[in-house]
Design a protein around this ligand. Structure first.
Ligand code: SER
Length: 323
């Protein structure tokens, strides 16, 4: 049974984050606690997270593939909204295909089925640029286009999108989703993704070390600073339901750059910073993803506008990691 040492107020909106200790979950939990009150946002994961996260509000050890345990926590805290941030990312999923499929799909079915049964009202589930594949138009990839993902992670996200759309149409489940690009943050490290290089590189730069990129110097990928990603997530969950015309997942964009370009933007502050390039198996994954994304539908439907370009991202990353 869950424990509740906090002053959880059953009159207020109550939120559960699954996978709260990961790269996105950590910042999302802190942002939602700031917005709705610390005690209204229950963090959960299969392991404990940062001190900040653990000390600021309720936490439950919870495996997102365990339906009964999830239902217990939802009933206990009278949860209304669930953010499902638990997932196995692209590079790790290539090593453990079945584990990735089981985690990424079963956790989604658990949440969608709890919503279908009326036990929660609203669901956020993230998709990814990984839903696209080698046959997708590379530049300014449209919202609706050829989607033939070639990675386990991409297949799970594309299937997830179809199921979200199905649950919305068939059962009226209010599920909302965005296709995150590679996410850059300084509070929590990512794990197991192909875009992780764009976070690791800043850590190396501030510690005075050289960096070996696992992608080629000219591999361009869509990226976003975490503050933009969190704002998009909070905004899409706030908008009136009838404004949303996409119930699979919205394209979302902020900037696109290559390893050579992010290196140059760091060298503007740290001229002696050195990078070399040794592509590994993640190069194939990156090559199958778009260079840039058309996110105009998100702008039209719920006013999406990014605020961070590469220059501003580098400034924020170096300032915060350098502290
Ligand atoms: N950042 C993710 C990854 O690289 C893509 O969604 O796996």
């Amino acid at each position: 049974m869950p424990s509740n040492p906090f002053n959880f107020d059953l009159m207020q909106k109550s939120i559960l984050i699954l996978g709260a200790c990961g790269q996105i979950g950590t910042e999302l939990t802190l942002a939602l606690r700031e917005k709705y009150g610390n005690d209204q946002v229950v963090a959960s994961d299969i392991r404990e997270g940062s001190k900040n996260l653990m000390d600021s509000g309720p936490f439950e050890l919870l495996d997102a593939t365990n339906y009964d345990a999830m239902e217990d926590v939802i009933m206990y805290y009278e949860i209304e909204e669930v953010y499902l941030m638990a997932a196995m990312l692209s590079a790790t999923a290539e090593k453990f295909p079945m584990r990735a499929w089981n985690l990424n799909m079963n956790s989604l079915f658990n949440v969608l089925n709890l919503a279908k049964e009326g036990k929660i009202n609203k669901v956020f589930w993230p998709s990814s640029i990984a839903v696209f594949g080698p046959n997708t138009p590379l530049e300014n990839t449209p919202q609706s286009t050829i989607m033939e993902p070639s990675t386990v992670y991409g297949i799970s996200k594309q299937s997830g999108e179809r199921w979200c759309s199905y649950y919305f149409r068939k059962y009226g489940v209010d599920v909302r989703s965005v296709r995150y690009p590679g996410l850059i943050s300084w509070k929590t490290l990512p794990g197991g993704g192909t875009t992780d290089y764009a976070v690791e590189i800043y850590h190396k730069a501030v510690s005075g070390e050289a960096y070996t990129s696992f992608l080629k110097s000219d591999t361009k990928l869509p990226m976003m600073f975490m503050d933009d990603a969190i704002r998009a997530t909070v905004d899409i969950m706030e908008i009136e339901s009838d404004k949303l015309t996409v119930r699979s997942s919205y394209n979302l964009a902020a900037m696109s750059f290559t390893p050579a370009e992010i290196t140059a933007s760091i060298q503007a502050y740290i001229p002696e910073f050195k990078v070399d390039f040794k592509p590994d198996f993640r190069q194939d994954i990156a090559d199958s993803w778009p260079n840039s994304i058309d996110d105009s539908q998100a702008t039209v439907d719920w006013g999406w506008q990014p605020q961070f370009d590469l220059e501003r991202t580098t400034e924020e990353m170096l300032r915060n990691l350098g502290k």
